[in-house]
Ligand binder design. Structure first.
Ligand code: PLP
Length: 487
């Protein structure tokens, strides 16, 4: 081997990667792995101005990691630890059920260190996410989402089987203690140094809790007065929710991961999907920093914290990844309008709802386990012809709507078999009603009602009401009457 030849691939556990001696005295990194961490901290100048914030609010920009997210840090630490512990050997395989940022981080480190990566995900995952991981040379196994968790085809079971068959290492970021350690070793010290030890508040979203717990462990050790604030999607268990669904991705949970250490957090602030998304869009536009929904959630909480803080305080908000991964959702006006997060016009669907009888203000629904008889009684009592089928109790998330029942369909079913009356609604329900946002154009409602008898109106990502042809007709009638002075 020539003296200066670069050695790629495996190094003995704990051994530093051999640096090319020609790097000496230059600012050239030895490999992309060396570019993980040391992300910049930037003042949120325009947000401070527009919000009248007098403390110093700044953002830790994890987008400058090679994989574009904070997850590069735990990915590297978990792999290095597995090498030290003999769980990963030369040419070994990494198997992880992930579709997101952790996969990218693992794939980057695996590429440099010569490992095979197999990621397991469900068929619900957006195709770009699969392509992204494949672009890094990873293999992707797609499993059906519509199976029970203990079905051999479920993605957890497939990941388990592959780990066993390939004698692979499974990082399991939700339980791996090296996930928070990555932030104790890197993110925490960076924040301390970058603020010259003057940081007073740290605000971050929590998913596996690796970031917030790791940073908190380090900073509280340096100065126990530093306040640690978790931002959490409404519905997630960290802020006292029951784990009901929400739309922000990557943060919040329906269980408590191993790194959840509540004694380290001074406060947990719940933030709605609507506030998260609108804040992400605003930060991207006014600061020129493209952030995702979870970054928007963290900034929304940080704004609250920074407003209460003193002028000498330094509030740092952790931005985990870029808005680029969310262009077809948070940054897509149509998607946002359809969930009722944006208003497209003045005379929109909301105008029709405003003219209806106030008794229709609350959402009429039926639970999946209730009987057809109850559904029929509810329709009759309220003079409506269809009901959405929703799990749990209001306020519902859009994902809790599982179908709909319609007077006509039920009549036919009972005619065929009278025992259907005592059957659970979920056994006979039809597909979900098409959805429209409360701020979408009436024109769109008219067009959709040509084929659907009714629409489910969403506001702030939640079902608000059912809109029927009769509602729209009555509205048009009222508008016409008003125009000729008959109203
Ligand atoms: C996309 C994404 N993933 C993960 C997380 C959470 O990080 P952790 O898993 O370290 O708690 C965040 C935090 O905001 C996030 O936005």
């Amino acid at each position: 081997m020539a003296e200066n030849e670069i050695v790629a691939g495996w190094f003995e556990p704990g051994e530093a990667m051999p640096a090319d001696p020609r790097l000496a005295g230059t600012a050239i990194a030895d490999s992309v792995v060396d570019l993980i961490g040391n992300t910049p901290l930037v003042r949120m100048r325009r947000i401070m101005e527009t919000e009248g914030i007098t403390s110093l609010l700044c953002m830790k920009m994890e987008t400058t990691n090679p994989g574009g997210s904070a997850k590069d840090r735990p990915a590297l630490e978990m792999i290095l630890a597995a090498e030290r512990e003999g769980l990963l050997r030369p040419g070994g395989t990494i198997v992880e059920p992930t579709s997101g940022n952790t996969g990218v981080g693992l794939a980057i480190v695996a590429a440099q260190r010569g490992y095979r990566c197999v990621f397991v995900m469900t068929d619900k995952v957006a195709p770009e996410k699969i392509s992204l991981l494949k672009a890094y040379g990873a293999e992707v196994v797609v499993c059906p989402v519509a199976v029970e968790p203990d079905d051999p085809q479920s993605y957890y079971k497939v990941a388990e089987r592959l780990t066993h068959e390939l004698e692979a290492f499974r990082p399991n970021q939700y339980a791996n203690p090296h996930n928070p350690v990555a932030h104790v070793k890197t993110t925490g010290p960076e924040l301390w140094e970058q603020t010259a030890g003057r940081i007073t508040h740290f605000v971050a979203g929590a998913g596996t809790c690796g970031s917030i717990t790791g940073v908190a462990r380090y900073l509280k050790e340096r100065n126990p007065d530093i306040r640690i604030i978790a931002a959490d999607p409404e519905g997630s268990v960290f802020s006292g929710g029951s784990g009901r669904p929400y739309l922000v991705e990557g943060v919040g949970e329906d269980f408590f991961p191993a790194a959840w250490e509540p004694e380290l957090y001074d406060e947990v602030i719940p933030i709605s999907d609507e506030e998260s998304f609108l804040t992400a869009r605003r930060v991207s536009q006014v600061e020129g920093i493209l952030i995702g929904g979870s970054g928007g959630m963290a900034v929304a909480a940080a704004i609250q914290v920074a407003k209460r803080a003193d002028p000498d305080d330094i509030v740092v908000v952790f931005n985990p990844d870029s808005g680029r991964g969310y262009l077809s959702r948070v940054f897509d006006d149509e998607w946002m309008a359809n969930f009722g997060f944006l208003r497209e016009c003045e005379q929109c669907v909301a105008a029709v709802l405003d003219t209806r009888s106030p008794t229709l203000d609350s959402l009429l629904y039926v639970n999946p386990a209730e009987t057809v008889r109850i559904a029929i009684e509810r329709m009759r009592a309220n003079g409506v012809s269809q009901l959405p089928v929703c799990k749990n109790t209001p306020p519902f998330a859009a994902a809790e709507v599982s179908g709909a029942v319609d007077e006509l369909d039920l009549m036919e079913a009972i005619h065929r078999d009278p025992s259907v009356l005592e059957t659970a609604v979920e056994k006979v329900m039809g597909p979900k009603l098409p959805t429209i946002g409360v701020g979408q154009k009436l024109e769109l409602a008219v067009q959709m009602l040509e084929t659907a008898p009714a629409l489910l109106v969403l506001s702030g990502g939640r079902p608000l009401s059912v809109l029927t042809r009769t509602d729209v007709l009555s509205y048009f009638e009222a508008v016409a009457d008003e125009a000729v002075g008959r109203g």
